[in-house]
Design a protein around this ligand. Structure first.
Ligand code: DX5
Ligand code: ZN
Length: 230
């Protein structure tokens, strides 16, 4: 990305126009995006249903973007191999959906993908203490998962700061991602609190012009980051 190289924007495909995916992915690539966030919903863990491995396999043929797959599904162990074979580069499961989280994370890594764990707004960061050192990515949900276009929950920045401390204690390079309600107003706060991957659906795909929307987000992050440094 052209602005703060430490912070990536990961557009969430959920908000895209599904009848023009090819064109929209080209626009993201032209704008310099590196990650594509894929929201997988099963109608059980979350009320909504989205798409699954066959769609990811088609996307994989279409793009070299890093496919950041967010599984909002019950019993994700049953589907890890299918998502990996479809082409997911990172697979993130929910802490709340995994009674044997260490086993699940180990399996994701055995499959050759980066492993992430997400927590819902009401789940404390401390639930990740024992698993953090095994992770490539921690995802803090700033909305209750299930739908795009919701409002960012205040207090998410505090959780990002706690997660940042947890990551520092591991001494490892672990990405910190925030997901839900990210726009030019909320992105700077999230970046300042330590997020280095910002998922953004509505604020990228629903503004009429993808390149302009990305630029607005990038500018908001770099402006507020430099204000902090003054
Ligand atoms: C919510 C999803 C998010 C969502 C983000 O369940 O995990 O990735 O699509 O969309 P916006 O940016 O519209 O909140
Ligand atoms: Zn997501």
């Amino acid at each position: 990305m052209k602005t703060d190289s430490r912070v990536k924007i990961a557009p969430s495909l959920l908000a895209a126009d599904f009848s023009h995916l090819h064109d929209q992915i080209r626009q993201l690539e032209t704008a310099g995006v590196e990650w594509l966030h894929l929201d997988i919903m099963d109608g059980h863990f979350v009320p909504n249903i989205s798409f699954g491995p066959p769609v990811i396999a088609s996307l994989r043929l279409e793009t070299k973007l890093f496919l950041d797959t967010h599984l909002m599904i019950d019993d994700p162990d049953r589907h890890l191999q299918a998502f990996r074979e479809a082409g997911s580069d990172c697979i993130t499961v929910h802490q709340e959906a995994c009674p044997h989280l260490h086993r699940t994370v180990t399996r994701i890594r055995e499959l050759g993908a980066k492993a992430g764990v997400a927590i819902n707004p009401a789940t404390p960061v401390s639930t990740l203490r024992e698993i953090a050192g095994e992770l490539d990515l921690i995802l803090i949900m700033s909305v209750n998962p299930g739908f795009g276009g919701q409002r960012y929950i205040p207090g998410s920045a505090e959780k990002l700061r706690e997660a940042r401390e947890l990551i520092a204690k591991t001494g490892k390079h672990i990405l910190l991602e925030i997901d839900g309600g990210i726009d030019a107003q909320t992105a700077p706060e999230a970046a300042r609190a330590g997020a280095n991957v910002l998922v953004a659906g509505t604020s990228v795909f629903r503004q009429g012009n993808i390149a302009k929307a990305l630029k607005l987000l990038e500018e908001s992050i770099s402006r507020r980051t430099s204000e902090k440094q003054k």
